[in-house]
Design a protein around this ligand. Structure first.
Ligand SMILES: *Cc1c(COP(=O)(O)O)cnc(C)c1O
Length: 435
């Protein structure tokens, strides 16, 4: 595996851990022959998730934040194999819905390892989670509004409560993932201490929480620092008012390099900036990355169906689309793409010229485009393409729009491949309908 993105200097004093557990796995690091075998065996489109890499990412996070609690924001990838791997690696789960709590408990997380973050929760979600709490009284519920506190009280909940704060600072790679400064999320910063104090009369208030959005990069460290500083101030204010907090959770959003030449996030630097900014608090620091745990552990394999030469570009139609991987359509996200067939050099493949390829899916939407005029070795029908960094918010955001069954997923572990989610069929599409 290569990692050209980071200077050598930092690796030197980290000994061998950097070689065994590099800061990033690039699309180029995946074994083309292995991926081609998997596509042959399981068909395309196919998600491939390397559980070994998930484990490495968990280990790197825990190493960077030795005194903090590192939680996994499950919404990045809720597949059972991933959840079990993360749990084995010692990370608790941060869940965004009743469905995610259901999955986490089903994957073996204990109540103490489940944190449910209620975002304008539907009644059914609260009903489910309060029921789950009766069975798992160590479960923690994070509320983002005083109104949710009332709704929990009405249901008889008086357990572990955390208050989500709107820190008034946002960070992120796209406006759709910046939540910190968005009124939708969390209790306004100036009202948070009051809510904590009043709630602590009836609940076991164990923490405060803020999440600024996704995509913390080197450039965004100033925003991250500011959020953490505010949360440190708030924690001190709450302590001074006599409420003992167990943790201060400063969220996730640790970025991964989607572009091939983008440097990897300097995780130790983020950790250091976080510790420094939080200052002295009488509580444990907590972070809750999602993307960072799974993004570079996954690739999407897709086959070329159509090639259309146009004056502007070589339009390359593949069997995956925005229903398989939504991020390019939703966030204008960049994902690296490799033509595995042209690399293999078997027969006609040798030395194909590089063309500007526009890779598109089979969905009747103009946003169903993975890349525009990207330099790629000239695609031909039946070529196998790999799309990188598809492990986070990949399968998770897949839909059946255009009545496209969702793809299969294969997990790699200790050299073995196993089908962890079968390909959906046309029958699956209609099975839930009653007429
Ligand atoms: C989505 C989310 C995260 C994780 O964000 P990543 O960018 O995947 O690290 C963490 N906390 C909350 C509350 C979230 O909504």
């Amino acid at each position: 595996m290569s990692d050209s993105s980071e200077g050598v200097s930092r690796g030197e004093h980290r000994g061998d851990s950097r070689r065994d557990n590099p800061a990033v796995r690039r699309l180029a690091d995946w074994d083309a022959a292995r991926l081609a075998d998997l596509a042959g065996e399981y068909g395309t489109p196919l998600y491939v998730t390397d559980l070994g890499r998930v484990r490495e990412n968990c280990a790197r996070l825990r190493e960077a934040f030795p005194d903090a609690e590192v939680r996994y924001a499950a919404k990045a990838h809720t597949g059972r194999a991933v959840l079990e791997t993360v749990r084995d690696a010692g990370l608790p789960a941060e869940c965004a819905s009743a469905g995610e709590v259901h999955r986490a408990l089903g994957a073996g997380f204990s109540g103490a390892e489940v944190q449910y973050t209620a975002v304008h929760p539907p009644a059914g979600d609260l009903d489910y989670v309060v029921d789950a709490w009766r069975e798992h009284p160590d479960l923690t519920i994070t509320v983002g509004a005083a109104d949710t506190v009332d709704r929990l009280r009405e249901r008889g909940f008086d357990g572990r409560l955390c208050v989500r704060v709107n820190p008034g600072v946002g960070a992120g790679h796209h406006e759709k993932v910046r939540t910190g400064a968005n009124a939708k999320f969390g209790v306004p910063y100036d009202r948070a201490a009051d809510l904590v104090e009043s709630a602590s009369e009836q609940f076991d208030v164990v923490g405060v929480h803020a999440h600024a959005g996704s995509g913390i990069s080197g450039d965004d460290l100033a925003n991250h620092r500011e959020l953490v500083r505010r949360m440190g101030d708030l924690a001190r204010e709450i302590s001074a008012a006599g409420v003992d907090l167990e943790f201060v959770d400063v969220g996730g959003g640790f970025g991964v390099p989607y572009e091939e030449d983008e440097p990897a996030l300097d995780l130790p630097a983020v950790a250091e900036a976080t510790r420094e900014a939080i200052g002295g608090i009488d509580a444990t620091l907590a972070v809750e990355p999602g993307r960072y745990v799974v993004a570079d552990a996954g690739v999407l394999l897709t086959r070329v169906n159509t090639v259309k030469e146009t004056p502007e570009t070589v339009v390359t139609g593949v069997d995956a689309g925005m229903t398989t991987l939504l991020r390019p359509a939703m966030y204008d996200a960049y994902h690296a793409i490799r033509n595995l067939t042209s690399e293999s050099g078997d027969g006609a493949g040798d030395a194909r010229e590089t063309v500007g390829a526009t890779v598109v899916g089979p969905i009747c939407e103009s946003s169903d485009v993975f890349c525009e005029n990207r330099p790629l070795s000239r695609p031909e029908r039946d070529d196998l393409l790999a799309v990188g960094n598809a492990g986070a918010y990949g399968y998770e955001m897949a839909s059946t729009y255009n009545s496209r069954p969702r793809p299969a997923e294969v997990a790699l572990e200790d050299g073995d491949a196993a089908l962890v989610r079968r390909r959906e069929t046309l029958t699956d599409l209609t099975e839930v309908e009653s007429r």
